[in-house]
Write a protein that binds this ligand. Structure first.
Ligand SMILES: Cc1cn([C@H]2C[C@H](O)[C@@H](COP(=O)(O)OP(=O)(O)OP(=O)(O)O)O2)c(=O)[nH]c1=O
Length: 214
């Protein structure tokens, strides 16, 4: 009998799925409804925003989960990532012009990428089905070179900005965005150091053989 809790990644982000697979975790993917991100006020700053959004995404998927029969404990992971530059919070760009504005703001400047993660343990034998949650926010500091308009145009034409907070993908190895300090995986959607530490405490372990095969 499998005594480990079932791990659920509450995210439709391909990069988050890849990071968890690379680390050797076995998990099921469930997607939070994108509407949970609507109407959020960011006046509290980026850390408060990603904290709240990670919680909202997790809550949405817990609701979906409680509607299905379960045989074992569940541990669920949800996350939200934004960039911040000069006090402006930069989420996923709505279109190419929006992505251009973000890149123009960040060029030649230091900026931050923050990811909020919510880990939610839902035991089977929990009468009120509340479980326990742990929320953390991790920040990474980056700097973008003072790139030309042409370089921005080329990147935008590639379409690689789509669906990425701040309008760039660090994983695209652009050569003009550098990490000054902090976690690299945090930039692309999950602070794996923090995720692994918290999952280990919740008795969820990666399978070393899976990690080696990758
Ligand atoms: C900064 C940065 C972000 N990203 C991605 C990670 C996230 O998928 C996305 C930020 O949007 P999120 O709203 O955090 O996540 P999502 O909408 O893609 O997925 P879900 O809500 O279902 O979990 O930006 C990169 O892939 N590379 C980067 O360098």
């Amino acid at each position: 009998m499998n005594t480990q809790p079932e791990l659920i990644l509450a995210s439709s982000s391909p990069r988050r799925q890849e990071l968890m697979r690379e680390a050797g975790y076995q998990f099921r993917v469930m997607s939070p409804d994108p509407s949970v991100e609507c109407g959020m006020c960011s006046s509290g700053g980026p850390a408060e925003l990603v904290h709240e959004l990670a919680m909202r995404k997790a809550t949405d998927v817990v609701k979906q989960l409680l509607a299905e029969p379960r045989e074992r404990d569940v541990v669920l992971l949800a996350a939200d990532t934004v960039a911040e530059c000069q006090g402006q919070i930069l989420g996923k760009p709505a279109n190419e012009d929006h992505a251009r504005q973000m890149l123009e703001l960040m060029r030649g400047r230091q900026h931050h990428v923050l990811t909020g993660i919510c880990l939610w343990r839902l035991p089977l034998a929990d009468a009120d089905q509340q479980g326990t949650t742990e929320v953390s926010v991790v920040a990474t500091t980056l700097r973008m070179d003072d790139i030309s308009d042409d370089a921005i145009d080329d990147y935008l034409a590639s379409g690689a900005w789509e669906g990425k907070a701040g309008g760039f993908g660090y994983q695209d190895r652009l050569g003009w965005i550098h990490i000054e300090h902090g976690s690299e995986s945090n930039v692309v959607g999950l602070p794996m150091e923090k995720v692994t530490e918290t999952l280990t405490r919740m008795q969820v372990f990666a399978s070393p053989s899976e990690a080696r095969i990758k």
